[in-house]
Design a protein around this ligand. Structure first.
Ligand code: SF4
Ligand code: SF4
Length: 441
């Protein structure tokens, strides 16, 4: 039997905690009375509103655009009236500029018509991806149309769709692959045409055998002499879904420090992003809704919910039966890389993959202690860094001297913090070091 693929260095095995939601079909949440859309949902310049207060907007209508620099437009997820252009609670930056839409209950949903994308060339397809406001919805929110135009001096020959979903609790991509396999695979074919290449791998961790079977069957049907799409089963190991680790697992190619995947001829896209590209190109539908896993013992009913971007956590909580006794922490994203939030006023953005409502027995509340020099964090780091040294320098107020330990190669996966027996907040130390250290030229 062929052994499962994985990356060679570091990695950890946190409890998977996916049983609560992995068997739950995607459910569409009714639209709440109001949506709050943060203007800076992506990496790059935030959008400038293109609508005024009290204006009427239609479903899918443009409400914000980026006029200068990196970025993507923003669209109304539903018909309604612009109630406010102000500030919203932001999961990381405390508050951020936003547009509030009061939903029009009388409006009919838009019926998108299927279009023949085969006649479009690469530039036309890329323009559609840009116009639809698509960003990497499984990660940091990098504009997809930029990622699909790699530098001319880095020829790309391979596309990898990321279906690893290695973070504990999260099952949104799992359900998308299981229930919408044909759309994901057609999205992959569109990306291949944009890039002008013929080879695609879809990496899926082996804890999703039903998704592997469904995607394999669909990929085989879609493959032809012009285009091969192949599913690769991956070992269950965190952070298998991070770009550099996924590329090394699937192709054996190692992305050099500080370089982009295109340096080794690869472009990586999340499976959910491929589905968004399908919607944009085949149906002309902008990105304004997504599947989010809601889990943890602190919520009345866990679910894989399709929600409109801008839906507030309080509306999700009301829909799913309220908060449960013992709730201790709310995390947006997974427990390894997500952010704790303290308000239910926070709205879902294009990059929200999960919201976890965790009770005390689901989190580690022990206080952190001194480093006992066990070396476990070094063994766990997939980038071969020395988190303990970085932490010691930060504590000694010498964060600016940490570039020598490769802090800029840290992608904040949290593996080091997870294994540390002293519970040292190593990722937080590294984040601080990255802010203060000087980037090598
Ligand atoms: S958070 Fe950074 S330092 Fe820690 S294991 Fe991950 S890559 Fe290494
Ligand atoms: S895992 Fe924790 S205790 Fe062990 S060396 Fe690293 S920082 Fe120190």
């Amino acid at each position: 039997m062929k052994s499962l693929l994985t990356f060679p260095k570091g990695g950890v095995h946190p409890p998977e905690c996916k049983a609560q939601t992995q068997g739950l079909a995607i459910e569409t949440m009714p639209v709440p009375d109001e949506l709050e859309l943060i203007l800076g949902q992506h990496i790059g310049a935030p959008c400038t509103p293109t609508v005024a207060k009290r204006a009427d907007v239609g479903e899918g209508g443009l409400i914000g655009e980026v006029t200068k620099g990196l970025g993507v437009p923003l669209h109304a997820p539903i018909a309604g009236k612009i109630k406010d252009i102000g500030m919203s609670v932001h999961p990381i930056r405390v508050s951020a500029p936003s547009i509030t839409i009061a939903v029009d209950r009388e409006a009919q949903p838009v019926q998108y018509e299927k279009q023949n994308w085969q006649q479009l060339d690469s530039a036309q397809l890329l323009a559609k991806v840009h116009e639809a406001g698509i960003i990497g919805i499984g990660g940091a929110g990098f504009p997809t149309h930029v990622k699909l135009k790699p530098p001319a001096n880095s020829p790309v020959d391979t596309l990898i769709l990321n279906g690893a979903e290695c973070e504990p609790y999260i099952t949104a991509d799992h359900r998308v692959m299981l229930e919408q396999a044909a759309s994901v695979v057609e999205g992959a074919r569109i990306i291949l045409k944009i890039l002008g290449i013929k080879k695609c791998f879809i990496g899926i961790e082996s804890n999703k055998p039903d998704a592997i079977a469904e995607m394999t069957k669909t990929a085989e049907q879609a493959s032809s002499p012009d285009c091969t799409i192949k599913v690769e089963a991956l070992q269950v190991k965190y952070p298998q879904g991070s770009e550099k680790q996924l590329i090394q697992a699937v192709t054996g190619r190692k992305v050099p420090a500080g370089a982009l995947p295109s340096a080794v001829g690869v472009v990586v896209q999340n499976v959910g992003t491929a589905k968004a590209i399908f919607d944009a190109v085949v149906y002309g539908k902008p990105l304004y809704e997504k599947v989010v896993t809601i889990s943890g013992k602190g919520i009345g009913r866990p679910a894989n919910l399709q929600v409109k971007i801008g839906t507030k956590l309080k509306d999700i909580v009301d829909y799913l039966g309220g908060l449960q006794p013992g709730l201790s922490k709310i995390i947006m994203g997974g427990p390894m890389m997500g952010f704790a939030v303290s308000s239910l006023e926070v709205p879902v953005t294009k990059t929200t993959s999960a919201v976890l409502f965790l009770t005390e027995d689901e989190i580690d509340t022990r206080p952190h202690g001194q480093c006992i020099r066990c070396g476990w964090c070094l063994e766990a780091c997939p980038m071969g860094l020395e988190p303990k040294e970085i932490a010691i320098y930060v504590e000694a107020r010498r964060a600016e001297d940490t570039a020598q330990f490769g802090v800029f190669d840290c992608f904040e996966c949290g593996s080091c913090s997870y294994v540390c027996p002293a519970k040292r907040p190593l990722v937080q130390f590294v984040r601080l070091a990255k802010m203060k250290a000087k980037r090598p030229q």
